[in-house]
Design a protein around this ligand. Sequence first.
Ligand code: GDP
Ligand code: MG
Length: 470
Amino acid sequence: MRTVPEFAVVGHPNEGKSSVLSTLAEDDSVRISPMPGETRECQSFPVSVDGHEIIRFIDTPGFQNPQKTLRWMQEYQGADEHLLQAFIDAHQENPDFHDDCSLLQPLLRGAGIIFVVDGSRPLRNMDRAEMEILRLTGCPRMAIINCKDEETDWLPKWQQEFRKHFNSIRIFNSCKATYGERIALLESLKSIDQDLQPVLDQVVTAFKRDWQERNRQVTELLLTFLEQGLRYSRSFALKSGTDETAVKNKLHKEYEEYLRSLEKKCQKQIRALYKHNIFNVELPDQSILQEDLFSGKTWEFLGLNSSQLIMAGAVSGAAVGAGVDIAAAGMSFGIFSTIGGLVGAAGTAIKGREFLSGRELLGMRLDNQQLRVGPVKNIQLLFILLDRQFLFYSHIVNWAHGRRDYNNPASDMSNSLQKIGLTGTWSRAERKVTEKFWGTLQGIESSATDEQRDTMGQLIRKTLREISLR
Ligand SMILES: Nc1nc2c(ncn2[C@@H]2O[C@H](COP(=O)(O)OP(=O)(O)O)[C@@H](O)[C@H]2O)c(=O)[nH]1
Ligand SMILES: [Mg+2]
């Protein structure tokens, strides 16, 4: 059986040890507290992939008495390899050294050290004492500078000091670290000890594979979401005297509700895949996702860009929601496409809200005295639904597990009318893929559905990958 690499996250109380651990291990059950000294005992956080433990992080209490501990160690006369045990033996009954004994315990077992400091404050003698203690333990070690504030003036001083004591130094923000930064940090653990290299290689590979697998599952969730949402259809038989408007409203309302609940369900599943189970990932107040799926704002910001609109016109054949307004502005689709430069201007002039309204887009037909809603005839809905899920995904994968609040949210909504939907960046060929997939939902595409679905899935996966590596 191969050994599971073990790393103890150590440092002064309240510097962000638990936050770093939580983010590294993708575990939001790690206790993070604004009160220093709450953790008194070590706690182990195993990370498993496919049911196998691949790495283990130990959360430790902060140093309690670093200067006295160091002094004792410096005066110690015995053999180096017995230093830790001797220190613990001499102090474990003394409450003044309870935390120090506790945090040194995993090092006895040969755990690697991840030393965490808050780099936004100046270096103190106490920090030097802690670093020296760690050096004396002889364990492989790296230092992580976790800046709690924006302040970076102290960083060079920290780095200079760290070079004397550590094999590797990383700046890592436990509250903002992305997937890529997490992997980079794990990669750099390799450099602290050659012996750890092969097993850490396996860990990194397992992490990457696990991430790919999650993206594959998200892709599947999104495909199913689109299929269910866009194939939806309900009808109502009209009899004489029926209030047609009321029926239309009812059909529309039910469809809207259906889409909203499907969207929520899908988001919940995505959230669970990325192991955000306990705390709510808060979307920033300004996020477009705070807007209802059918609000004017949603359509304004996630509404289609000009190429998508042209395509929507072509795919639907008839006047799509946008068609009316473009016609009103005196532009046919043909003209629209030839005046590429004007397109942006047109987008600004004809506000997204007026391009279409959510409900109109859902459509309503009357055939054989049946009022029928769905399947939707306008491909714009597909883009909007996808763009909202891509935005959600982007919030989820960029929400570090160590983060428990949202002080400085990044906005995903610009003030301009610029479209922010990611599908707007898709190439012509990619829009074609979408169109084909759309066709299979409409039942007008005769070619094999599985193939279109696979191709669409590849496009979604590629987009997810781009988001997570941003
Ligand atoms: N703003 C900000 N706060 C942080 C960061 N890291 C930790 N904190 C906060 O600092 C406090 C102590 O963090 P914690 O991880 O419990 O520190 P520990 O005592 O070293 O384990 C908590 O309130 C955290 O939310 C960070 O990178 N940015
Ligand atoms: Mg802690």
